[in-house]
Design a protein around this ligand. Sequence first.
Ligand code: F6R
Length: 357
Amino acid sequence: MRTLNAPERLRRVDRSNMLGVLDGYVDAFLSSFRRASHARLAAPAGLANVVVAGMGGSGIGGNLLAGLIQAECPVPISVLKDYTVPGAVGPKTLVLAVSYSGNTEETLAVAKEGVARGATLVGIASGGQLQRLARERGRHLPVPEGFQPRAALPQLFGTLLGAAHALRLTALAPDARLEDELRSFHATVAPTAGDRANPAKKTARALKDRFPVYYGAGLLAPVALRGRCQLNENAKMLARNDELPEANHNELVAWAAVPDPRRYFMSLLRQRDEPPEVGRRFDFVMRTLERRRVPHGTFTAEATSELGRVLQGLLFVDYVSVYAALLRGVDPTPVEVITDLKQALARPARRVASRRS
Ligand code: F6R
C-alpha cells in the first residue's frame, strides 16, 4: 500500500478495524481508570509485596505500572510472566492478575498458587477462569469483551492503574491537563493526520522493510517493549527492544560494528525532562548510529506528567505498528498462531511411547 491517506483502501486491509479501536484509546483509558479507582479494594494487612501477573498484551500493563509507581510504592513490585511463583509470595502479598481472556495458563497458575498461599487476589479479566476465581476467592474487576487482548491495553492498563490507586499503592491519577495533552497528541498520530505531519506514519514507512529496534529508558523502557510486541503481533514483523542504560554495556558494541546497517531501523523513545545522564547516553547511541549510517529516528514524549508521557509513547508505538501492518498489506488483527498454540496446549499431552532398545 503506498498511501495511508485513503480510508477505503485502509479498510480493505484493516478488515477487523484495528484503526477504529485505536480511535477510542484515550476515552477507554480514562473511563477504565475512573471505574477501577472507585472500586472497594483492600490490600492485605501488613502488605509485604505486590506481584503483577500477566502475559503478552495483558502482561505489558504490569511493566508499565511497575515503571510508573515503583519509586513511590512502599513495597516491592514484581512483574511475573511465567508459571512459577516466587518464595516471597504469601498471606501478605497482593496478587494483581491480568488476563484479558481470563484463561491464560501462566497467569492462572500464579493466581491459583497465590490464593493457595493465602495472598489477596485482584483479577482483571473479561471472563474465563480468572473471572470465576477472582469472584470466588478475591475481587474481580471487569473489562469489556470483544477485543483482541493487546487492543484492550487502554482498558487493561487503565483498570490496573485505577486498582493500584484504589489500593493506595500510588497517588497517580489522570487530570484534565493530561487529558488535553493526550487528545491533542492523539490527533497528530491518528489516520486523519497526513503522512508528512504524522510521526507514526513516517516511522512506519521508515521501518516497514527493515528490522526495527526500539530503545527506551526508565518509564519508556516498557513502551519500547510494547512497541516491539505490537510490531510482532500487528505487523507480523520480527523486531527487538532494549533499554538504556543497560544496552550501553553490551549491544552498543554490536551497533558500532554492525555490518549491514541499512537492514535496521532504530527508534529512540525519549521524553521531556529526561535525566541528563540518560540524555547523554541517548546522544552517544545516536552518534554511533550516525557514524555507521544506521537509519534511525527519535520520538520525544512531551506531556508534562510522567503518566502522560507514557501514554503518548504507547499511542505512538501502537499507531506505528498498525500503519506498518497496513503498508505491508497485512491485516493487523488476527494472530492465528497464538490461537493455535493455546488450542494445542489445552489438549491433553500425548504420551511419548517408550521403546526398549
Ligand atoms: C493477543 C495478545 C496476546 C495475549 C496473550 C495472553 O492479542 O495480545 O499477547 O495477550 O496471549 O492472553 P490473555 O491476554 O487473554 O491473557
